[in-house]
Ligand binder design. Structure first.
Ligand SMILES: Cc1cc2nc3c(=O)[nH]c(=O)nc-3n(C[C@H](O)[C@H](O)[C@H](O)COP(=O)(O)OP(=O)(O)OC[C@H]3O[C@@H](n4cnc5c(N)ncnc54)[C@H](O)[C@@H]3O)c2cc1C
Ligand code: FES
Length: 264
């Protein structure tokens, strides 16, 4: 079920430089959202900016009817969103899109988050722990102060390893170095990732090398959010001799099998 309705801001808190954690009271969305799905949010009470902004669901509290988001201010829409205060209302549509496919209980799973791309993976990690999967979350950021995991992530009941480009926290280098070490050592049954394109591309190449299946959540720019405008398409493997096929991230994604994505 997709709801389009006003939602009260329960809590808006800054968790890092330009990074916010937003809790909305949206019981219909909280009741049916699955990890990997997103919500299309109107950042102001007016039609300026006209387009809503997509944010992944970072967590749900089904008992309280709350939905959590973790977002980075990158432009006008997210800056307007960050200016909203507790008790104000936002128009939200969701849950939208296709979520992650869940692995068999007991399987070992690695989650790879680049920057704010960690947002949907924390929701997934909590769900997987409940299903008795062994979960390891790898988080990459430019430096320690930009680590976007937030309080929720650090207290989460799964293994956590960090990589920073400048070496100020955890491994000095890309987060994919950590993934490579795991795949070459104890291995993994499934890898889920979300983050910048170059990180996903490198992750895809590691998965192909080690023969491990994976799913990636893509963050293309969106127009309508519901499959009508084609502004969000990504290139995927073609069928029946086609070299490739465009697919809409808002309805056929945002989650796609890693081996179906075309990176040129
Ligand atoms: C399915 C989905 C889930 C997402 N989940 C999250 C999330 O959980 N947390 C979060 O912080 N962000 C998330 N994003 C990205 C977020 O939607 C954009 O950052 C936001 O829409 C930017 O709006 P803006 O008005 O602030 O920036 P704009 O003024 O529109 O753009 C500012 C800059 O950011 C770039 N940009 C804008 N949108 C995107 C995008 N989608 N991907 C890459 N670059 C972009 C622009 O090219 C420009 O350089 C998600 C995107 C998608 C499609
Ligand atoms: S945003 Fe319009 S088709 Fe995806």
């Amino acid at each position: 079920m997709v709801a389009d309705m006003p939602a009260n801001i329960v809590q808006q808190e800054q968790v890092g430089p330009g990074q916010y954690r937003l809790t909305l009271y949206a019981p219909v969305i909280a009741s049916c959202a699955v990890p990997g799905q997103f919500v299309y949010i109107r950042c102001t009470g007016s039609l300026d900016p006209m387009l809503r902004r997509p944010l992944s669901i970072h967590g749900v509290n089904r008992r309280k009817g709350e939905v959590l988001f973790l977002y980075q201010v990158v432009g006008r829409g997210t800056a307007l969103l960050a200016a909203k205060r507790n008790g104000e209302q936002l128009a939200v549509m969701g849950p939208l899109g296709r979520g992650f496919t869940l692995p068999e209980p007991g399987q070992r799973v690695v989650l790879v988050g680049g920057g704010i791309g960690v947002a949907p993976l924390v929701f997934l990690g909590h769900e997987l722990v409940q299903r008795k999967n062994q979960v390891c979350l790898l988080v990459g950021a430019r430096s320690a102060h930009q680590l976007p995991v937030g309080k929720e992530g650090y207290t989460a009941p799964f293994e956590l390893a960090v990589a920073t480009d400048d070496g100020s926290c955890g491994h000095h280098g890309p987060v994919t170095d950590l993934l490579e070490k795991i795949l070459a050592g104890e291995g993994a049954d499934m890898v889920y990732a979300c983050g910048p394109r170059h990180m996903l591309r490198q992750t895809a190449s590691l998965l192909a090398r080690f023969g491990v299946p994976g799913e990636f959540s893509l963050e293309e720019r969106m127009g309508c959010g519901v499959g009508a405008c084609l502004s969000c398409v990504c290139k995927t493997a073609g069928k029946g001799g086609e070299p490739f096929r465009y697919r809409r991230v808002c309805v056929e994604g945002p989650v796609f099998p890693a081996d179906q994505l075309v990176w040129d």
